[in-house]
Design a protein. Structure first.
Length: 195
């Protein structure tokens, strides 16, 4: 990947990618925790790539490219994801492709969809829920948002902390819950821990 023009403004996804590179450098012992904290602060304050270029100058050349998540070109290439467990636990995380439509129908089973490192098949993603005594958790990257207006509650609750419009993918939650709990949140951070 070629080095971006130093005059181009950074996106939120690029800032998060740079923080990830600094985190990796910390884990490898290339920079210490104080340097990580100072450089991270400077990344969040930076406006253009030129503002952060010097923060990467002493890292190996492979780490300098901005790793912005790629999106598949066609929705047809991505299969529908249908986790419908009974008395089980489902957790989808890491590098995976989020299809344009997801159907979730668990019975007495917690389901977690961690989209922080995922690719997205579409800009608008519909999640059709039918929760029966099951908690559902959706973890989004910082550039994504979620709307839960289409969820009908029969007991349970919805806790959506990602409603503000963002430039990235937008999730639309529909369906119903039978004493199920829906949680939509962003990644939590403390120093170098992420969850």
């Amino acid at each position: 990947m070629s080095t971006p023009d130093p005059n181009i403004r950074l996106s939120n996804a690029q800032r998060e990618s740079l923080i990830g590179l600094l985190h990796t450098a910390t884990e490898e012992g290339r920079i210490d925790l104080d340097e990580f904290a100072e450089r991270s602060k400077q990344v969040y304050e930076a406006k253009t790539y030129g503002d952060v270029e010097r923060l990467l100058a002493d890292l190996p050349e492979d780490d300098r490219a901005l790793a912005v998540p790629k999106r598949p070109k066609t929705v047809a290439d991505v299969p529908n994801l249908v986790p419908d467990p009974e008395h089980s636990r489902v957790r989808r995380e890491g590098d995976w492709t989020v299809p344009a439509r997801i159907s979730v129908e668990p019975k007495h089973s917690p389901v977690t969809l961690d989209c922080r490192h995922a690719d997205f098949a579409a800009g608008d993603i519909e999640i059709a829920l039918d929760l029966y005594h099951s908690p559902f958790k959706l973890i989004l990257p910082r550039n994504a948002s979620a709307v839960d207006d289409g969820v009908r509650l029969q007991g349970g609750k919805v806790n959506n902390g990602c409603q503000q419009a963002a430039v990235g993918p937008r999730f639309h939650l529909t369906g119903r819950t039978h004493w199920g709990r829906i949680t939509v949140r962003y990644e939590r951070r403390f120093l170098w821990w992420r969850w």
